[in-house]
Design a binder for this molecule. Sequence first.
Ligand code: PMV
Length: 288
Amino acid sequence: MRASAPGKIILFGEHAVVYGRHAVVTAINLRCYAEAKKSNSFKIHSPIATTGIDYEKHPYVSYAIKRFTEIKPIDGAEIKIESEVPIASGLGSSAAVSVAVLKALDAEFDAGLSNEEIFELARKVELDVQGIGSGTDPFVSTYGGAWLIPERKRIKLEKLKIIVVDSGERSVTAEMVAKVAELRKKLTDVVERVFDVMDAVSLKALNGDIPKLFKINQCMLKALGVSTRRIDEIVQKLEEMGIAAKLTGAGGGGSIIGVGSEDALEKARKLFNAIIVEPEQEGARVED
Ligand code: PMV
């Protein structure tokens, strides 16, 4: 059986959410597809490699299989992965692949897992691989839609087209979180106020005015030291083209998101070889 699960973007409140403030996240209409077929051994095919259970080359898929077999023992499965979600750009590709594999295994082996159980297994996989993680990515990938975090309250967003530009730089989320923690230790009162601004921005976003709020959120992320020269250049260029933009996720690289007129987005898409996404309502689903 074939299943899929969406990637995600953080619209508002990254980093501040680590300190109890609000964030807004949404699933996006880029999906990871996983096919699972009964077999007498385990095999994983992906654009990265073909392997057996391999915790180095295919950590998320391998742990997803392991966690699934703890619930439902099986002799083997052949798993095929295809993904529209760019890897390691803060778009939740790891959670999307975990959720898609779990959903495909559930369908192929009639395990009868609920969405809540799939989310909980994907959450364990996140911890198996990363050691830490808020669980937001597997949550959004399982359920789809837009959410206010930490309450996990489903929200309705205005219809949006969002450009996603890859900065070409890569970073490690844990290192960026540590960098902000360091700044907060030195300048606690100041940084707490930056978080408060981001909290207000996330709450305000529930009533629209996303372009203005993107700009303010980006300024705060810059103040926290998680933007980069390359990100600043891309944000500036997008603004010159009439697009309000901010980094999304941990920063230090990764992706920039922006909103503007369809015309402006299309021009910027060509210029940056970028992608245009929309919020996605549907979470994990069986495709066949
Ligand atoms: O880029 P991502 O998807 O790893 O997002 C990180 C978001 C942070 O707020 C920086 C950390 C977190 O766990 O919420």
